[in-house]
Design a protein around this ligand. Structure first.
Ligand code: FAD
Ligand code: 2OP
Length: 454
């Protein structure tokens, strides 16, 4: 499997040059004042753990507040744990506490939360988001739509989620048929790539995930996922199954690999799985997936989205509470190195003829430049590597990648704020973390250190 060797030293100058060139293609702060202001907030939150904690709790409690006054009072309560060394903290506390001023404070807080959510969430409904997806496509950026919702607790909720996915496939297929041709986004050396791409969460497709016995969740989710695979196949769309926390990981992998090996799915749809580089057993899972594609001939290659992993804080807390060894690396550099190792393993497999497509999903210029430089060193054309970003975090980056003629896809959540709360908290947690690439960049770190080998 992945060798322990670092990126070949001969590649470093190319990685730096690519990273610099991508960085130079970002718009200046003057041309993106709102994003620049959000970067400043991110950098400040990364330095203020108490403020960060208050913000997460506020976002968490907001949907349950019945009146603006209640939200204002919550804000004041949460800010009382934050040292009052900033005027905004003092004002928020004072106004949130006052009987007359709490409703206005709550309204302002609600607007702030909605604006923040609007950065990450494309629309409430696929039809509403269709125009924005078409604009992205015209600018050279493909998309993957994610219908917000996860961890369902009843079969009726799981049915409803599957219906929403079915409806999204129908709406998006109709809309995408009118999009103009974009050759870079529509084919690689293995053949055509669907315009419509839907990401699904298995914990939304079944309330029966049981970590100790994955077969229970597999049996319950299979009919719903099978239906979506049939719809995607019939509409010519791509279906991507996200990976979530460790509690569901084995269920998801077993479910996807078993359905994709069924005869009826040999000819399609185009489908994909996710590998998480923060897991110390990431190599074993990658080996399992590569072995699967070799013994399961299908018409379109399996897309593997390589990510670092979005549940890092959750995995640490779970493991500590249960007295287990965490399944994730505990230093960021270990995750980054494993991400690079897995990138090379998967690109080597692709270059060696394995029926896979690689999508490198990251906002980290070093991780991206490493993938591109390594793919080129193997003689692979750029169109054989997909780069993926999240809406709201990778907007400037996707434009910079498209301007470089690279294939890029942005992951666009659709749904309401209540369904999106867990997603929003994950985005805030990872991006205000001290060692997050985006927070470090926003705090003004120099480019050479950002592009250095991890
Ligand atoms: P970086 O700042 O370089 O990396 C941050 C990441 O490093 C953290 O998210 C964490 O994984 C890891 N990390 C942070 N601190 C430490 C530490 N102390 N020790 C060890 N590791 C640490 N995630 C999923 O889990 N499942 C998915 O299906 C999924 N789909 C995605 C789809 C797209 C298109 C994208 C762009 C991301 C997706 N993610 C998914 C999220 C992804 O896992 C990362 O959380 C996110 O992209 C941040 O990583 P980065 O490389 O952009 O940033
Ligand atoms: C998440 O939901 C993007 O799948 C990733 O956090």
């Amino acid at each position: 499997m992945a060798t322990d060797a670092p990126a070949p030293p001969a590649l470093e100058p190319e990685i730096r040059a690519l990273g610099r060139s991508l960085d130079a293609a970002f718009p200046s702060a003057a041309r993106r004042p709102r994003a620049a202001a959000e970067d400043l907030i991110t950098a400040r939150l990364a330095r203020r753990p108490e403020l960060r904690a208050a913000l997460f709790r506020l976002v968490d409690v907001a949907p349950a507040c019945r009146t603006p006054g209640e939200l204002g009072q919550h804000l004041a309560g949460l800010l009382s744990d934050v040292p009052p060394d900033e005027p905004a903290v003092r004002v928020g506390r004072r106004l949130g506490r006052g009987r007359a001023t709490a409703p206005l404070t709550g309204r302002v807080a609600a607007i702030g939360i909605r604006q923040m959510a609007g950065r990450f969430i494309l629309a409430e409904h696929p039809q509403e988001g269709a125009g924005a997806l078409a604009d992205l496509w015209r600018r050279g950026v493909a998309s993957s739509v994610d219908l917000l919702g996860e961890a369902t607790v009843t079969p009726a909720e799981a049915d409803r989620y599957a219906e929403r996915c079915d409806e999204a496939l129908t709406v998006l297929s109709r809309e995408a048929s009118a999009w103009p041709a974009r050759p870079m986004l529509e084919a690689d050396s293995a053949g055509p790539l669907p315009r419509v791409n839907l990401s699904v969460k298995v914990t939304a497709l079944t309330p029966m995930i049981r970590e100790a016995d994955p077969s229970i969740g597999v049996a319950d989710a299979a009919p719903r996922l099978r239906h979506l695979l049939r719809r995607a196949r019939d509409l010519g769309a791509h279906l991507h199954v996200d990976i979530e926390s460790m509690a569901s990981r084995d269920t998801i992998m077993r479910l996807v690999l078993s359905l994709l090996s069924e005869d009826e799915f040999r000819a399609g749809p185009s489908a994909g799985v996710v590998l998480q580089a923060y897991l110390s057993d990431g190599d074993e899972v990658a080996a399992e997936v590569l072995e699967f594609v070799e013994r399961t001939p299908r018409e379109s290659p399996l897309t593997i989205r390589l990510v670092k992993g979005a549940y890092w804080d959750h995995e640490l807390v779970e493991a500590r509470q249960s007295g287990w060894r965490p399944p994730v690396y505990e230093t960021k550099a270990d995750t980054d190195r494993n991400f690079e190792r897995l990138t090379r393993t998967l690109l080597d497999a692709h270059a060696g003829g394995a029926p896979i497509r690689l999508a490198v999903a990251s906002h980290n210029l070093r991780s991206i430049a490493h993938a591109l430089a390594y793919a080129r060193s193997l003689g692979l054309p750029d169109r054989d590597l997909e780069l993926q970003v999240l809406r709201g975090l990778g907007d400037d980056l996707h434009d910079a990648l498209a301007a470089h003629g690279l294939r890029v896809r942005t992951y666009c959540p659709i749904g309401d704020l209540v369904a999106g709360m867990a997603y929003l908290v994950r985005r805030l947690l990872e991006n205000t973390a001290n060692d997050s690439f985006l927070a470090t960049r926003a705090s003004g770190a120099d480019l050479d250190s950002l592009l250095a080998a991890p």
